[in-house]
Design a binder for this molecule. Sequence first.
Ligand SMILES: NC(=O)c1ccc(NCc2ccccc2N2CCOCC2)nc1
Length: 246
Amino acid sequence: MHLGVISLFPEMYRAVADYGVTGRAVSQGRLVLNFWNPRDFAQDKHRTVDDRPYGGGPGMVMKVEPLQAAINAAKQQLGSDTKVIYLSPQGQVLDQQSLVTMSQRQSMIVIAGRYEGIDERLIASQIDEEWSIGDYVLSGGELASMVLIDGVTRLLPGVLGDEESAQQDSFMNGLLDHPHYTRPEQLDNQAVPSVLLGGDHEAIRKWRLKQSLGRTWLRRPDLLAMKTLSDEQTALLEEFIAEHGQ
Ligand SMILES: NC(=O)c1ccc(NCc2ccccc2N2CCOCC2)nc1
């Protein structure tokens, strides 16, 4: 996937470009990141990228002309039909399904807002989709866009190894993940569930599914309400509930 990033702080993106799964995806060319900094398109001597808001009040707005020029430059390289997305508290809240949809695109341009945001007329004319990573306020759109970049990149073909993508699936089935354990067998006087120490893979699969169902029931009943359970899942959840609080 070709991702164009429009940001005043491109260096921040080292967090996804240089580390871990996303860093590997970049080095393997599965994810291509290109950056355009509005400051490079500022015409004045001071390279101004913010401007005063009409109507007064605190804070500044991203200056239109450098931002528009950066968008144009990104579209020139990635194609004028490339979807432009904007991360803001006013966007639709992102979920795993939205990431799956986005991961199927060839390219995208992401705008990371700073100051109090961008001119509403640019949103109307330049932004195809406005997204939010959750109902809270950040100092800029960069971290929000990196959350999106990470979530989309993990879904690109070949990025996750086989075992990792299996783990990805456990989230993808709309349930919370089961607990994980590793050495030592005794930790702070707590043992590892014995089923995991045996080699009965079917029993382990059932135990993990039961834990996923039970945890989702306990912590995120809203997710469970959206799921149609198989007979096996229903039985395992009933077992979990029956054992809960005993
Ligand atoms: N939830 C999210 O996805 C999210 C995204 C961005 C973001 N901040 C950058 C920003 C971007 C656009 C508009 C306003 C702002 N803000 C600037 C600082 O003041 C508040 C408004 N915050 C939270």
